[in-house]
Ligand binder design. Structure first.
Ligand SMILES: *[C@@H]1O[C@H](CO)[C@@H](O)[C@H](O)[C@H]1NC(C)=O
Ligand SMILES: *[C@@H]1O[C@H](CO)[C@@H](O)[C@H](O)[C@H]1NC(C)=O
Length: 415
């Protein structure tokens, strides 16, 4: 497969996933509204009208505060804070934890299960001060000091800018608000941007430890059979896709293309979530429906291309403009600079949890990442392998509290 073929493959996979989510989302949204109203016995504003605190977290019985953080390049990001657990207490020095979601998702993914099952609630109930980040371009983080999302310039970023701007902005904000170093939890792309950041020496002075769930760094071993089919269908359309600034999974451009693709023989769009993320063992069907109501979220098309480059090239670099002169203009060299995972400080406490059935964060790719960390101080590195888990289990499995989150908290409490 040529390089464009691979880029296309990656984009196709993600497009297909997004489309699948959209289809199912439309089917269940009405049902969910009724459930929400039943549950708290009053009329809840629809999710379009109220932020994550008002629409999801407060109805579960938690205190929740909304914040806005402006990045150095002008993006206005929303954050939610759950300052205390349901029963309060925990003393004055509750350790802050920043939760960073993955690509095509937003912060709401941390709070969709019950309080006994969702990481954000569990952390709050166990004495942590919980901060939820929402990446630029997602539903509650679509404002900018001068640009609107309808302006293509708003979307001129890849995941490099999440490393350079979003993560430092949210990190510094929490640090300033609490006066304490942070624990970090990332899922999927939320792991990659943290690893890339600390490999460049960013954040480390304010970071107490990092838990990386379903870690994404290398992507070459990704195993999604449907991607191969999609690549064949998509192979000639890369130029079109690069012309689309906002990668909006709910937009007509994406939907139209996918309508056609889903009719191809052998393409099973109904089971796509499964084919894409792997065979998740332990999702609650009601939670998946809720998830599909809120997600997927937009990102910049360039972010998808950037991930596809990582898949293609087998090394983790900054965004490749696929043009020698433009690379030189931006980086002073003809190829994009590498994020070298071996440069992550050896004494930074890291917790990894990865799954045996994860077809996005494949076992071989995680092993490659861990090999980059072979000189890490032994007592600063905790690695957990969960044989039954696939990509989405780490944020939504009904038993993630017992299997993963308890281990995460034990790790935090050791620091
Ligand atoms: C699944 O979600 C539903 C609705 O929130 C809940 O009533 C049920 O207890 C959940 N099941 C499990 C196993 O968590
Ligand atoms: C990353 O850094 C390590 C240690 O400094 C070095 O040995 C290795 O060659 C570097 N990797 C790349 C891909 O540059």
């Amino acid at each position: 497969m040529g390089s464009h073929g691979l880029v296309c493959a990656m984009i196709s996979i993600l497009l297909l996933l997004a489309f699948q989510l959209e289809l199912v989302g439309a089917r269940v949204s009405h049902q969910h509204e009724l459930q929400m109203n039943d549950r708290i016995g009053t009329v809840v504003p629809p999710p379009e009208m109220a932020g994550t605190c008002a629409s999801v977290i407060i109805p579960q019985g938690y205190k929740c505060e909304e914040y806005e953080v402006t990045t150095e390049d002008g993006y206005i990001l929303s954050m939610q804070r759950i300052p205390v657990g349901r029963i309060g207490g925990g003393g004055a020095r509750r350790q802050p934890v920043l939760l960073q979601h993955g690509v095509l998702m937003d912060g709401v993914t941390w709070v969709l299960n019950s309080p006994e099952e969702s990481l954000a609630y569990i952390l709050a109930d166990n004495g942590f001060d919980v901060w939820i980040a929402n990446t630029r371009g997602t539903k509650w983080s679509r404002r900018h000091v001068s640009l609107t999302p309808s302006n293509p310039a708003y979307w001129h970023w890849s995941w490099d800018e999440l490393v350079t701007y979003d993560l430092p902005a949210t990190f510094n904000f929490v640090y300033q608000q609490t006066g304490q170093k942070l624990h970090y939890v990332g899922h999927s792309l939320g792991t990659l941007i943290a690893l890339a950041s600390v490999s460049e020496g960013r954040l480390v002075d304010k970071l107490m430890s990092a838990a990386l769930l379903s870690p994404v760094a290398y992507l070459s071993h990704m195993t999604t059979p449907i991607g191969i089919l999609a690549a064949r269908a998509f192979v000639d359309q890369i130029v079109n896709w690069l012309g689309v600034a906002e990668f909006n999974p709910k937009g007509p451009h994406v939907a139209h293309f996918l309508d056609a693709l889903c009719l191809e023989p052998g393409v099973d769009c109904y089971n796509l979530l499964q084919s894409f993320t792997g065979n998740n063992c332990c999702l609650n069907a009601s939670t998946v429906e809720l998830f599909l109501e809120y997600e997927p979220q937009s990102t910049a098309t360039r972010t998808m291309v950037h991930l596809a480059q990582t898949f293609r090239d087998g090394i983790i670099t900054k965004y490749n403009y696929e043009n020698r002169e433009i690379n030189i203009e931006n980086y002073g060299q003809s190829t994009p600079p590498i994020y070298n995972m071996s440069n992550i400080p050896n004494n930074l406490p890291l917790f990894f949890s990865y799954g045996g059935r994860d077809s996005l964060s494949d076992v071989h790719d995680v092993e490659l990442l861990l090999d980059n960390l072979k000189f890490h101080d032994g007592d600063k590195l905790t690695v957990q392998f969960v044989e039954d888990y696939a990509h989405a289990d780490f944020v939504m499995a009904v038993n993630a509290a017992q299997i993963v989150y308890n281990a995460v908290m034990a790790f935090f409490n050791r620091q």
